[in-house]
Design a protein around this ligand. Structure first.
Ligand SMILES: Nc1ncnc2c1ncn2[C@@H]1O[C@H](COP(=O)(O)OP(=O)(O)OP(=O)(O)O)[C@@H](O)[C@H]1O
Length: 304
């Protein structure tokens, strides 16, 4: 397990650092990734703005996870330049890379929890890795705090991953991603496999953590509700590149076949209607809003 821990969290103590004040915590330029004769990325550019939730979408196999793995140093690109917190990751000496690794948290698809450790012990892993001399009681206390912050009951701290529901596993993974108070959070399909209520609750948690902790979030998703509800901008991967980065309403105006199919297809329209209804419900004291909600609710029943 130690190799995996080293791979994910790095293997040494972090250097001291100031919080990043620049505009773009992540900048990717001319990224090329190939596996054999399969080209995944070809001259891909992307900027992540400080304080935003950036949704990353694209068809299956377009390279969303490979892009995330390239940024966090788990995938060595064939070409290109990646800067995190203003520091080049592609040319970085191992020590320099370590200086930034403790400044991001990652929630992998499926949570990637260590099954032989309790939730609390999972959250302690990166803390012990980066701060081995910390008093064990304090380490446990920090882990408990992160568990509760992620919306789990405190009792979940002593449970094993196999004793948790899918939604609880995601929250446990999030608690571990938050263990070192990151400035940057990477979420790979956090709502996949959750029921709509669980997915919506996870979205709201992400949004409130972004606001309260001042996080910048890179969020891979297929979930249209998530895009509409919490993403400030969305990057679309197609044709081996990021073909557009914009707000959802602006993306919907673009004349690209995949974008049109995705955002203006039946599921895209349903997500948009659901969001419009949510907005209107906030203004139910206005007669026009009440009437519109009633009419839209009826048309939904008609379609069902
Ligand atoms: N280590 C690897 N070796 C060979 N091919 C790989 C490797 N990692 C990813 N790929 C290939 O790269 C392509 C992009 O994979 P990636 O997981 O990034 O897609 P994705 O956009 O995240 O897809 P999904 O939405 O289905 O999760 C796929 O064709 C995948 O098979």
């Amino acid at each position: 397990m130690n190799n995996l821990v080293d791979e994910i969290f790095g293997g040494n103590k972090p250097a001291h650092h100031e919080r990043f004040r620049g505009e773009y915590p992540v900048r990717v330029r001319g990224l090329v990734n190939r596996f054999g004769d399969q080209t995944i990325h070809d001259d891909l550019d992307l900027d992540l703005k400080r304080g935003e939730i950036l949704g990353v979408v694209g068809g299956s196999g377009t390279g969303k996870s490979v892009l995330m793995r390239s940024i966090i140093g788990l995938q060595q690109p064939n070409e290109g330049e990646i800067e995190v917190f203003g520091q080049s990751m592609t040319d970085a000496e191992p020590d320099e890379a370590l200086g930034v690794r403790n400044r991001w948290g990652v929630l992998f698809q499926g949570g990637a929890l260590f099954s032989t450790l309790t939730v609390g012990e999972n959250v302690e892993v990166p803390i012990k890795q980066f701060y081995p001399d910390l008093d064990p009681e304090l380490t446990q206390e920090i882990a408990r705090y992160k568990v509760v912050m992620s919306g789990l009951p405190e009792e979940a701290t002593i449970k094993y991953p196999s004793e948790l529901s899918g939604g609880m596993k995601k929250r446990a993974g999030l608690a571990r991603a938050l263990a070192l108070d990151p400035e940057l959070l990477f979420l790979d399909e956090p709502t996949a496999g959750l029921d709509p209520i669980g997915a919506s609750a996870f979205d709201q948690l992400t949004k409130s953590l972004k606001q309260t902790l001042g996080l910048t979030v890179f969020l891979i998703t297929h979930d249209l509700d998530t895009l509409h509800e919490i993403c400030d901008r969305v990057a679309v991967l197609a044709d081996n590149k990021v073909i557009a980065v914009d707000t959802v309403p602006n993306l919907m105006k673009l004349d690209h076949p995949w974008i049109q199919e995705y955002f203006n297809g039946p599921r895209g329209r349903a997500a948009l209607t659901a969001q419009a209804l949510d907005e209107l419900r906030k203004h139910m004291d206005l007669p026009i809003a009440a009437q519109t909600v009633k009419a839209l609710d009826k048309s939904d029943e008609g379609e069902a």
